[in-house]
Design a binder for this molecule. Structure first.
Ligand code: FAD
Length: 317
């Protein structure tokens, strides 16, 4: 069963999370360790993020620099295959436009087809570090919807050179991103939801939200989406707080607000351990309310937070 079909079917609120590929040169063992401690809570699926290449200037001689593009966290496709084999549960690699040409994306889809990995999260991806706005690769995609269309055409056996083939394997089914507090570039929440609706029309079967700390933002986002004609499952994404630096880092990076009560408690934290305790307490309250509301799954952003997620899952599942 695809992740999309699972999410659409009746079931108790599931548990899922995302992992990041290790930094170049680091072993996959750390990813296994994170997952091993979360496996007792029966994750329904595991997402694996994708990170674009970044421009790096390396000094090759005195005063001479070479410009290269390097990916600090390669390996998404291989990790998706390794985790599926090791844990026997569906893996959902993220496929992003940012830093990829359409040909490179087609190559990724071919690799995933051959590996029989048929669940994707389709995204535009973050802009390059140091860029003030997103710039597509030559022959790349401007928006996630363009990649949704490429995947849907690939499902029909249509390659980017226009040639038509028998489909390579099972169809891909995929989700897309949604933003309860609006995407930073959107003119307003209405246009953002309109673009989300278009991604569903282009073949996306569910939505995973950006992290939020105020459940009322999620509930009103779902209500707005339903009014706009979006009927697919909308999976809440949450992240336990773990460090003092997140007080400014999370609002700046993800364009989200801390609710007043959380902000007050966060301000009183003196150490990362205080923040971790607060993150677990807040995460449990958030997850309990979401579960009570009958959401199809709660998706946890796991970076540096696996111990906190374990504590939340223990209390909630
Ligand atoms: P889009 O859907 O293209 O939207 C981007 C902006 O363009 C929005 O403001 C939207 O309103 C607008 N827009 C959309 N379509 C159109 C259109 N047709 N015409 C005009 N405007 C339009 N980033 C990574 O690099 N790697 C990851 O693995 C990753 N995983 C993520 C997982 C989740 C669950 C979420 C929520 C985000 C993730 N991101 C990841 C970050 C994401 O790539 C960024 O937020 C990115 O800036 C937007 O991606 P998107 O897919 O929402 O883009």
């Amino acid at each position: 069963m695809s992740v999309a079909s699972f999410l659409a079917a009746e079931h108790p609120t599931a548990f899922s999370f995302e992992v990041l590929p290790p930094v170049r040169g680091k072993s996959i063992e750390q990813v296994f360790k994170t997952i091993d401690r979360l496996m007792p809570f029966n994750p329904a699926y595991i997402n694996i993020t994708t990170h674009r290449s970044e421009v790096v200037y390396r000094q090759i001689a005195s005063g001479v620099f070479q410009r290269t593009a390097e990916r600090t966290r390669p390996g998404t496709v291989a990790i998706a295959a390794a985790l599926k084999g090791r844990y026997g549960i569906p893996t959902v690699p993220h496929v992003i436009c940012s830093g990829f040409s359409r040909t490179e994306l087609e190559n990724v889809l071919i690799d995933l087809s051959y590996l029989d990995i048929n669940d994707l999260l389709v995204l535009r991806g973050d802009r390059a570090k140091g860029e003030s706005r997103y710039v597509a690769e030559a022959d790349g995609h401007q928006h996630a919807i363009d990649l949704c269309r490429q995947v849907s055409e690939f499902n029909r056996g249509m390659m980017i050179d226009g040639s038509q083939h028998e489909p390579l394997g099972k169809e891909f089914s995929f989700g897309v991103a949604g933003y309860p507090e609006k995407h930073e570039e959107a003119m307003n929440i209405e246009t953002d939801i309109e673009h989300l609706r278009e991604k569903i029309e282009a073949g996306a079967q569910y939505v995973v939200t950006q992290m939020f700390f105020d459940n009322s933002r999620y509930f009103s986002f779902v209500e707005r989406c339903r009014k706009a004609g979006i009927s697919v499952p909308i999976i809440p994404g949450i992240k336990p707080l773990t460090s003092l630096t997140q007080q400014t880092l999370l609002p700046k990076t993800f364009h989200i607000d801390f609710p007043v009560e959380l902000a007050e408690q966060f301000r009183r934290c003196k150490s990362n351990d205080d923040v971790k305790s607060l993150g677990i307490e807040w995460g449990i309250a958030q997850a309990r309310e979401l579960k009570q509301a009958g959401v199809p799954s709660i998706h946890f952003y796991s970076m540096n937070a696996s111990a906190s997620i374990e504590a939340i899952a223990k209390a909630v599942y």
